[in-house]
Design a protein around this ligand. Sequence first.
Ligand SMILES: Cc1cc2nc3c(=O)[nH]c(=O)nc-3n(C[C@H](O)[C@H](O)[C@H](O)COP(=O)(O)O)c2cc1C
Length: 147
Amino acid sequence: MVRILICYASFSGNTKETAEIIDDIFSTKGHSTLLHRIGSGPAPDPSRFDAMLVGTFTWGKGKTPEIVKDFVYEIGYKPPSVYVFGTGDTQFGGDALFCHAAEKLAAFYHSSFEPLKIEQSPRGSQEKTVKKWTEGVLNQCLKHLTK
Ligand SMILES: Cc1cc2nc3c(=O)[nH]c(=O)nc-3n(C[C@H](O)[C@H](O)[C@H](O)COP(=O)(O)O)c2cc1C
């Protein structure tokens, strides 16, 4: 069993929905998860988990939301296994800025896995992409645990 911390920031619900789908997949496979909405209270301690997943939307011109920057500051160190997912909208600057906050966060944490990038709501055809990414993350976690 893998212990997964899933933290996400969301204003209009897209990143929240993505986090919930990811949470569901891990739970269905029998892993232990804690789902935390960034800003809802103190950040959980990532050292109590095998991996931390962070979800963010992207704000004005590729920016990382302040609430996510505050969260990163509150955590205060770079846990070894961090995976990043994001939602965005290509209407705001095309491919260059699409989910740019997720890209930056994954680079900051030296994530060993490409960040998940979802256009708006994850429901419908993109649900498959979320599932595939989550399974990839799980494989990475299992690899780390058996090292
Ligand atoms: C003012 C504004 C600026 C945005 N800028 C970007 C951007 O630069 N890149 C991007 O991919 N999405 C951008 N978006 C789209 C949001 O990231 C997208 O709607 C996201 O799914 C919102 O997440 P949430 O529903 O979890 O709050 C922007 C949205 C707004 C309202």
